[in-house]
Unconditional design. Structure first.
Length: 568
């Protein structure tokens, strides 16, 4: 039989094209060298996408998790094949030029997984991510490929301990601000630095990694419980093995990611993110994941869901508890059961288990009596969403604020304008920012940065200097899940393309109103038009390399900052 006559095996729809038939002998010869035996060529091939790397504690253990996922696939009658993709560390690069590569890495991860799986003919995928951009990167690739797949979260880190208090990476950033304010000596800062990160796992609050892991589980693309497990634990080992088995079941049943990643499933993910008080990055990443799945999801969906879903979780950065403490009381499954019973989740959404969300949650027990990490629905931390989508003459295409209510719901102040994160950080640490200022950081958007850096260093410096309730910070960049305070990001259109943020001058009055969902530059239209005529776009900061390519391809943050929307 010639290759042209070959009909793909329905149990191995992609790998059979690569390895079946006389003409594919060279392919089989190559695979024998990496461990394939005769019988393996008749098994479905499951690609295990590992984000292992020693550049960050978030991912340093994932090589071992990948082996457990491979073992699970093999035990289910498939052939697991481990391959790698990149990760970068936001926590290490934060506040430097290198942070411009962070959001870019999401696209590189997605492109690389799609490239390997498409080239090698994998019939299914297990993707294991540990740091912020790994998760949406993996999910974008899974949605594009639409082959049976399960996402596995690498797990949360355990908290560090300093003077009998839990500490994490955000504690270190905030200690820098406290040191700048002369509240603590250098020895204290160094001690916190040494104690904050005790081992493997993603940052320990409801920051972006834990937020996105929770969102993906709520979406139905992880096994129940995957998002709330310690990185180094028997539970996480079993999660990986079961994921390998689950992909084979999906292949047998014909269940594919886009059967799961429906519009209703994305609304479920938004609901859980809000209830957990999750990161603003969830807005950007869920929009991008929905784009890859060809699901119509918009900023307005965060508004509509946010009106009816309360914040229930008292988790860092704005709350008191660590993710590890939520793991101890049952993770997010009891929360999801509460939301389902209240009619706030779509229970008939399919999941990677082959069962609906409601079926997965049917036997979930409530949280133990006396815990106060997750509030009851009748006693929320905030009655509606902390993720507030703002519009106005400063953000005609939208902006994303993280307003828990602890900062207040309205802020009016005078602009202090900076053309980069570094300029703003120096001014904060040098004591140039005072009560009533609105810190404006522009030319940090997807195109202008390029890369839309997170502003954890300046927001942490603001908190460390004790100005969290006294100043606001707005930007066309974005925020780490560890950022808190009166902060507004993702302002669109961004300054680099002539958005109104480019027209702000020192001393201009700006009002942020979370209740009215408005962000307003209080400058009359005639003056703005004069400034608009005088404005000139900045020269590109990069003319070659990945950042230059990214700047040319990337869309607005209000559309997820994707790079494959080439028809628009």
């Amino acid at each position: 039989m010639s290759q042209s006559d070959h009909t793909p095996d329905p149990k191995r729809p992609w790998s059979s094209i690569v390895v079946d038939g006389v003409e594919r002998a060279p392919s089989r010869a190559m695979l024998r060298a990496v461990g394939f035996e005769d019988e393996d060529f008749q098994r479905p091939q499951i690609g295990i996408a590992s984000t292992w790397s020693m550049v960050t504690p978030c991912n340093m253990h994932i090589d071992q998790l990948a082996r457990h996922a491979q073992a699970g696939a093999d035990a289910a009658g498939a052939k697991g094949v481990i391959f790698n993709t990149i990760t970068i560390s936001d926590g290490i690069s934060m506040g430097t030029e290198g942070m411009k590569y962070s959001l870019v890495s999401r696209e590189v991860i997605a492109d690389s997984i799609e490239t390997v799986a498409g080239c090698e003919g994998f019939d299914g995928l297990v993707a294991i991510g540990g740091c912020d951009k790994n998760m949406p990167g993996c999910m974008i690739a899974i949605a594009r490929l639409n082959r049976p797949a399960v996402f596995v979260y690498g797990g949360t880190i355990l908290p560090g301990c300093h003077h009998d208090h839990n500490v994490d990476i955000v504690s270190v950033f905030e200690a820098v601000g406290r040191y700048a304010k002369h509240e603590i000596p250098l020895e204290e800062l160094t001690a916190i630095e040494r104690e904050a990160i005790p081992g493997a796992g993603a940052c320990g609050g409801m920051y972006t990694a834990n937020t996105m892991a929770s969102a993906i589980e709520a979406l139905g693309m992880s096994l129940p419980g995957s998002s709330a497990q310690a990185a180094i634990s028997q539970d996480k080992t079993m999660d990986c093995e079961q994921a390998g088995r689950a992909v084979v079941r999906m292949l047998d049943s014909g269940l594919r990611p886009r059967d799961i990643m429906t519009r209703e499933a994305f609304l479920n993910a938004i609901t859980v993110v809000i209830a957990l008080g999750g990161s603003t990055n969830a807005v950007l990443h869920l929009l991008a994941m929905a784009h890859a799945a060809e699901v119509d999801l918009r900023l307005e969906d965060f508004v509509s869901v946010g009106r009816r879903v309360p914040v229930l979780a008292d988790l860092r950065p704005s709350g008191r508890y660590m993710m590890a403490e939520l793991v101890e009381i049952g993770g997010i499954l009891p929360l999801m059961k509460t939301l389902l019973d209240a009619g706030l989740l779509y229970g008939d959404c399919m999941t990677v288990t082959g069962k609906s969300l409601a079926e997965n949650l049917a036997e979930v027990a409530p949280y133990p009596e006396g815990q106060d990490i997750i509030r009851p629905l009748d006693r929320p931390i905030k009655k509606d969403s902390h993720l507030v989508i703002l519009y106005g003459n400063l953000a005609p295409e939208g902006a994303v604020a993280k307003i828990t209510g602890k900062e207040g719901l309205r802020f009016t102040g005078r602009a202090r304008v900076f053309a980069s994160e570094e300029e703003a950080l120096r001014a904060i640490l040098d004591g140039e920012i005072h009560k009533g200022h609105v810190i404006v950081i522009r030319y940090e958007g997807p195109k202008g940065g390029p890369g839309m850096r997170e502003m954890l260093a300046p927001t942490s410096a603001v908190m460390g200097r004790g100005l969290g309730k006294d100043v606001a910070l707005i930007t066309d960049g974005r925020f780490s899940g560890g950022s808190h305070g009166f902060v507004v990001g993702h302002i669109t259109p961004e300054a680099a393309v002539g958005g109104p943020l480019a027209l702000v001058e020192d001393g201009d009055e700006i009002t942020i109103d979370a209740e009215r969902r408005e962000i307003t530059l209080r400058v009359d239209e005639a003056e703005l038009e004069r400034r608009r005529r005088a404005w000139r776009p900045p020269e590109p900061r990069y003319r070659r390399g990945v950042l230059a390519k990214y700047a040319r391809l990337v869309t607005s943050a209000s559309r997820g900052a994707v790079t494959d929307d080439l028809g628009s």
